[in-house]
Design a protein around this ligand. Structure first.
Ligand SMILES: NC(=O)c1ccc[n+]([C@@H]2O[C@H](COP(=O)([O-])OP(=O)(O)OC[C@H]3O[C@@H](n4cnc5c(N)ncnc54)[C@H](O)[C@@H]3O)[C@@H](O)[C@H]2O)c1
Ligand SMILES: O=C(O)C(=O)C[C@@H](O)[C@H](O)[C@H](O)COP(=O)(O)O
Ligand SMILES: [Zn+2]
Length: 370
């Protein structure tokens, strides 16, 4: 991965996430060679900086740490496991120990560099350390850039399920250096496209058109529309979280496809990437919408077509339904015994489906069962 702190080649795109729920606004920068921006975001009040990075980005973590040390900060690198293995209470506790041993105070700053799993953990450690310190996200996956690093949902998993412990704690800034995507394995790149396509279905159909125009190109960072796809998706997310940071209503639309997705991830013991599970979850939600008489056939079918065209999965093994249903009951959108799903009433018209009939759920499941 080639992150460098040289001056930016071009002016980056700046997307501001507006203030919400008493939290300050912040900028998401998208461009190349953005690391020169990092010290400015860390600020002068901080004395110590902890750079949390996954094993796969050990070199990058050290580049950032050295860069911050050169700027006069007492900078430490904290290596955490790759992917979902980082989102555990044990790893969070390991990070707290590192901060404690470094004498981290309330004015010090955490930098999370990596995919969504790393930034979810870094944000959670920042939210919980001393009841909240500033943090900066440097997402290095498509999914991290378009979704996880933006909006302040931070958290870890428990044995019972995905993201069950966490906090709303927005970052002070987000640096999306597109050069980072060049070292991302294809499987991870494609997984991130599920959240891009989600933004297309719930809010910005132009995203779907760009993917459909050349699905093969959409699968690589060198594609002609890479920056536009990422920026459009960030704008969707930024707009939603600025109006409903704490998910008291509108923000639930970002959970499109996630009710089933999180159950699949848990069922697969996190061997499936989040985006892959979200892909199947969106096909399920589309079928649910169609069966409920809310979504037209063409838009429901478009899910399979566009997700499949970039190589995302659109089916899941059919023998697991009772387990999936059980896990879905503790989805955060559930209220008491009532399951709630985000469905579409049409393209870019997300809405809530309350307590669907079990027969409807079963019928939608039959449509995704392999
Ligand atoms: N907080 C939110 O709003 C939000 C939104 C969407 C997803 N998420 C979470 O994000 C996580 C998924 O994130 P993800 O898809 O980025 O996966 P990930 O963080 O698991 O990263 C995938 C793999 O790629 C490696 N990696 C990261 N960047 C790399 C790079 N540039 N080059 C080479 N390897 C690299 C990682 O170490 C990991 O092994 C899930 O835990 C999901 O729940 C959170
Ligand atoms: O930001 C949100 O809100 C989302 O729902 C975005 C999702 O893509 C993301 O996977 C999120 O972590 C899911 O949150 P959860 O509250 O369902 O755990
Ligand atoms: Zn997601």
């Amino acid at each position: 991965m080639t992150l460098s702190s040289e001056a930016p080649a071009d002016v980056p795109t700046r997307i501001t996430v507006g203030a919400s729920a008493g939290y300050a606004p912040y900028d998401v920068l998208v461009g190349r060679r953005l690391l020169a921006e990092l010290p400015g975001l860390v600020g002068k009040e901080a004395r110590r900086v902890a750079v949390l990075h996954p094993e796969a980005l050990a070199e990058t973590g050290e580049v950032l740490r050295q860069d911050l040390a050169d700027q006069g900060y007492e900078a430490i690198a904290v290596q955490v496991p790759n992917a979902e293995e980082a989102k555990t209470a044990e790893v969070a506790a390991y990070c707290w120990t590192a901060l404690g041993q470094t004498g981290f105070t309330r004015t010090d700053v955490i930098v999370g560099v990596g995919g969504g799993a790393t930034t979810d953990l870094a944000g959670f450690v920042a939210a919980s350390w001393l009841r909240g310190v500033r943090w900066i996200a440097v997402p290095t996956t498509v999914l991290g850039m378009v979704d996880a690093a933006v909006g302040g949902k931070t958290g870890i998993n428990t044995a019972e399920g995905k993201n069950l412990v966490g906090a709303f704690h927005p970052p002070a800034g987000v640096l999306c250096d597109l050069a980072a995507l060049e070292s991302l394995p294809l499987h991870d790149y494609v997984s991130g496209l599920a959240e891009v396509i989600k933004a297309g279905f719930i809010a910005d159909p132009r995203i779907l058109e760009l993917v459909e125009a050349d699905p093969e190109a959409a699968r690589t960072p060198a594609g002609p529309h890479t920056a536009e796809l990422i920026e459009r998706s960030i704008r969707v997310k930024a707009e939603v979280v600025a109006s409903d940071l704490k998910e008291s209503g509108l923000r639930e639309i970002l959970n499109y496809g996630h009710t089933l997705a999180h159950a699949i991830e848990k069922n697969e013991r996190y061997a499936w990437r989040h985006g892959a599970a979200v892909s199947v979850g969106m096909v399920f939600a589309a079928e649910l919408g169609r069966i409920a008489g809310r979504l037209d056939d063409a838009t429901a079918d478009r899910h399979r077509a566009v997700l499949g065209s970039v190589g995302l999965p659109i089916t899941y093994r059919g023998d697991q339904w009772p387990r999936l249903l059980e896990t879905m009951r503790i989805d955060k959108k559930s209220r008491g015994d009532r399951l709630r799903f985000i469905v579409l009433d049409g393209l870019a018209r997300p809405a809530v489906l309350e307590s669907p009939d079990p027969a409807m759920l079963l019928a939608a499941h039959a449509e995704i069962a392999a």
